[in-house]
Design a protein around this ligand. Structure first.
Ligand code: IVH
Length: 664
């Protein structure tokens, strides 16, 4: 019974992936996809012997590799020759046309990620490997399986045959948004930043625990099929079409041209549009479209003669560091920021760049007054690449970390093993201001209209001391402050009021416990359900939760042990801030499911089971149809159960159903 449902779920999920990536035409919402996946995981948990190599459950990760075995590629992975301007492209075209006079080019985006080579046997993904030195790469199959854009089994349709062995190559990458979010989380957890999405993608694919890779939201664009000619494909364009028919994600921003002048014009146009994609691209790849022509052109020792990479000019600009200022964050960390001579780079004007910490300033030898080279990491975060010492005049000054906190004058210290310098005074006004800004920020209590400027205004006017005071603000005290007309005050008070209902997970994050980011806030809210339960959690207990290690557990316990923090939480509670998690924060395991109950159950009456199903996100329906997800049956189940069986719909008895909801 479960076996049948399992196959059905696999089919549904594979079909959804095929539509999403292969056809670019989604048929399931994210919530529906998750709910099918959840159901599949439940069945596999119960019947582990039914887990197969191509099951979508492999995407969840959880395989821990001690090291990555080496694999020899069936065909060497070559790299591409580079072209930097129209002259280089014309030279390439001349070389091509000396062999094939009439030529058609296909131009693709050059995705800035890392090559991942995939091998399918009888349509099932057997192996994924990094490029390595081109001959031998590292096997990263478990990690690659977590990428939803990589089919675990090729979609079978009459359009394209599935050969016993198929080799597909493409680019694994991290979307800009995932990169920025990952770095935000790493900042919360006080981990080192990734410099750009490519490094983050490479780091994620070399994780020993594939569960971590699964959280990194990587993408994959396929562009090469080694057995293309065997399959009767004639052009690169047909290869891309065949790849999407197999269910791969293929980048649709490709174009075919009849001559190099059109290609050159396109390259120049795309240089202007390079920042408009949700992933980093570092150029375009120009390929001879016809596969026979490709074969005739052949290869040099390093690269194909039938393709070339047009590299966009590097977006690095020179500017001057006018000053280095210190910001004291909510955990007391002193972060140096470079104040720059304004400069335009990657689509916007930049006047500041974080320098992270003293070690970074020293490693790059950045001095006040220096000329520096600047770019944007992930197209967004301004970052100084290096200083240009050859341009020094001798007037530059070496930056020193202050010995006293610039905000409160307390001594600054650097703890053993830490890169950060810290102000240790917990009542430091800068720390308090930053803590407040964090508390109201989007992923925390999300109080709209309460940005850093208003926070400072409230503090300066002594209307608040801490975040809990926000909930006691009065109209009469606010009205008349600068930029605080009737409407502004009312909007602010409304936003503060509605933030009381934010729920436990954002509230935990808002507290600003060291190492506890948005993700861990959710984990804790799910596990404990109420603030009170979390307040009493022990270090051991916290550590037994998957995502929480020793340092984090200690930090959480220390936070809640602190009397000032306990009082702060009490004050929030008195103000009416919700201190518990909604049911949906715990698992809505029946989300998207339509459930029919047949016969009489022992534990619940009709109303009771209806409420239970609905509270777990499911839909209670009275009659069986093709849309029914499953039936729960008890005594004298009768015709409903027969009908369900006739339609091949899964039926659980009361015990099995209880097991499912208990396991959630
Ligand atoms: S074709 C024979 N197409 O750029 C080489 N490569 O050196 C075939 N890349 O490491 C490569 N986007 O990982 C090709 N649309 C694209 C690409 C692409 C990114 C990467 C590839 C390779 C490097 C070129």
């Amino acid at each position: 019974m479960s076996g049948e449902r399992l196959s059905e779920l696999k089919r549904i999920i594979e079909k959804a992936n095929y539509h999403y990536y292969g056809l670019d035409d989604p048929i399931l919402s994210d919530a529906e996809y998750d709910s099918y996946m959840q159901e599949l995981l439940e069945i596999e948990k119960k019947y582990p012997e039914l887990v197969t190599n191509d099951s979508p459950s492999q995407r969840v990760g959880g395989f821990v590799a001690s090291q990555f075995p080496k694999v020899r590629h069936s065909e060497t992975l070559l790299s591409l020759d580079n072209a930097f301007d129209a002259g280089d492209l014309k030279d390439f075209d001349r070389r091509v046309r000396s062999v094939i006079p009439e030529i058609e080019y296909l131009v693709e985006l050059k995705i800035d990620g890392l090559t991942v080579a995939l091998t399918y046997e009888d349509g099932v993904l057997q192996r994924a490997a990094t490029r390595g030195d081109g001959e031998v790469g590292e096997e990263i199959t478990a990690n690659v399986k977590t990428i939803r854009a990589v089919p675990l089994r090729l979609w079978e349709n009459s359009e394209i045959e599935v050969l016993p062995v198929l080799d597909v190559r493409g680019e694994g990458y991290m979307p800009k948004e995932s990169f920025l979010q990952l770095n935000r989380e790493r900042e919360e957890e006080e981990l080192a930043f990734f410099a750009n999405p490519r490094n983050a993608a490479a780091g994620s694919l070399r994780q020993q625990d594939s569960k971590i890779t699964a959280q990194r939201k990587l993408g994959y664009f396929s562009y090469q099929l080694l057995q293309a000619e065997q399959l009767g494909l004639r052009t690169q364009q047909e290869v891309l079409k065949a790849l999407s028919e197999y269910g791969f994600n293929v980048n649709r921003n490709y174009k075919v041209f009849n001559n190099i002048d059109e290609v050159i014009e396109y390259c120049s146009m795309m240089t202007g549009e390079r920042h408009s994609f949700p992933y980093d691209i570092d150029g375009l790849v120009i390929k001879v479209n016809n596969l026979t022509h490709q074969r005739e052109l052949g290869y040099t020792a390093k690269s194909p003669r039938w393709a070339i990479a047009y590299k966009f000019p590097a977006e690095q600009v020179e500017t001057i560091v006018k000053d280095i200022v210190i910001n004291v964050g909510r955990t007391g960390v002193l972060t140096p920021t470079a104040i720059l001579k304004n400069v335009f780079v990657a689509g916007s004007t930049v006047g500041r760049a974080t320098l992270h910490n003293l070690d970074n300033i020293r490693d790059k030898d950045i001095r006040i007054g220096d000329y520096v080279l600047l770019h944007k990491a992930g197209d967004v975060i301004p970052e100084i690449i290096k200083s240009l010492p050859q341009k020094r005049t001798g007037d530059e000054t070496v930056f020193k970390m202050p010995e006293e906190c610039p905000a409160c004058g307390s001594p600054v210290s650097r703890l053993e093993g830490e890169v950060a310098h810290r102000c240790q005074n917990i009542s430091c006004p800068s720390r308090q201001r930053e803590a407040l800004i964090h508390f109201v920020s989007r992923d925390a209590m999300n109080i709209e209209g309460l940005g850093p400027a208003v926070v400072s205004q409230l503090l300066d006017n002594q209307l608040i001391k801490d975040a809990a005071d926000l909930y006691f603000l009065e109209y009469s005290r606010l009205i008349g402050l600068e930029r605080m007309g009737e409407k502004a005050v009312q909007n602010l008070l409304d936003a503060i009021e509605s933030s009381k209902q934010r729920g436990l997970a954002p509230l935990i994050f808002a507290l600003g416990i060291r190492h506890v980011g948005v993700k861990i806030g959710k984990v804790l809210a799910n596990r404990y359900g109420t603030m009170e339960a979390l307040l009493n959690a022990s270090e051991d207990e916290l550590q037994s939760i998957g995502d929480i290690g020793e340092i984090m557990a200690k930090s959480i316990v220390n936070f809640f042990r602190d009397e000032a923090n306990q009082n702060f939480i009490k004050k929030l509670e008195v103000a009416g801030v919700k201190m518990f998690a909604e049911r949906q924060v715990t698992t809505q395991i029946l989300a998207g499911k339509s459930i029919v109950v047949a016969g009489t159950l022992k534990e619940w009456d009709r109303r009771g089971i209806e409420q239970l199903i609905e509270s777990l996100g499911g839909k209670f329906t009275s009659s069986v149809s093709r849309n029914t997800s499953f039936v729960v049956y008890g005594e004298s189940a009768g015709s409903k159960l027969d009908k369900a069986r006739g339609l091949g719909i899964t039926a659980y008895n009361e015990e099995e159903f209880k097991q499912i909801i208990r396991d959630s």
